[in-house]
Ligand binder design. Sequence first.
Ligand code: ATP
Ligand code: MG
Length: 340
Amino acid sequence: MTNLLEVSNLHVEFYAKKKTINALRGVSFSLGKEEVLAIVGESGSGKSVTAKSILKLLPPQNAKIVDGSILYKETELTQLSKKEMVKYRGKKIAMVFQDPMTSLNPTMRIGEQIAEGLIVHDKLPKKEVWEKVHRMLKLVGIPEPEYNSRKYPHELSGGMRQRVGIAMALICEPSILIADEPTTALDVSIQAQIIELLKELQPKLNMSIILITHDLGIVANMADRILVMYAGEIVESGTVNEIFYKSRHPYTWGLLQSIPDVDSKKPLKGIDGSPPDLSQLTKGCSFAARCPYVLDVCEEEKPTSFIIDKGHHASCWLNDERAPMVESPLTFKNKEKKIM
Ligand code: ATP
Ligand code: MG
């Protein structure tokens, strides 16, 4: 698989009230052509900051990429000026946001909003623009495109608005779509429809997708690979099967145990404790304070990224040959669950 995007050793800092917040600390990953990559992790783990870094959407007044590289094909995105980035954002790499109501303009008809991308980037003649807009509306499941394209965002349901958000992102046929919690603001039944839509569109449009979510449950049927983030780092990465069935990081085990199980009435088991203060990181593993399997070394030394298998990495000392043998507490349960 050829890589479209190559993120290496990305460090992002925020500056607030005389404090430096180390929001990303050495994030590295690649995205292949037509690959669906999921980024999961609790709130504050750095998922959105990763997405915003790629698209140069970090607030310039208090955030900075202090180290690392983001390569899109042959272009180093971190080096581009605001003006140069316009050629990439929306056109090559597009984004769908959590709440379509905030990304849509309430005073503009949805068709016009979708058309904007084409007018800015492609400078197509009017007739062609509208044909394309109507085709795109149909593709994202909005019926009667000619009629509905004249509606304003508030005239549509939440699910339909998110379909418009997706149409807006896809109108210029980007090669990468970044969807940051695209279903969180929607009802559960609609959430599944939107994920299904993205899954359907991905091969039709030959695009790669970065799907950001804190719910591992929704990525099982959609992603090829998963990155698990904690406190600004990728702590485990692997294929969906590796993460669900062969995970080697206690944080991932905790996330897997947090997936709502519709069949059983058992209460959800979250991860005890909360993430560390990113402005006061100490030595050792950043998950040590919450880890049920913590070893002495975890408090002293940051774990290296252990290679579990080709493409499957986990930053946890339990994978060191000197560590005691600890099995995942949920391998069996998830194998029975038949998620694939
Ligand atoms: P969520 O699931 O809640 O969306 P996330 O994983 O997307 O969480 P990010 O938005 O990437 O989290 O934030 C990562 C960290 O970066 C936060 O914990 C916070 O410390 C810091 N951060 C993000 N945005 C800002 C900001 N505007 N000012 C200061 N710090 C910020
Ligand atoms: Mg976020």
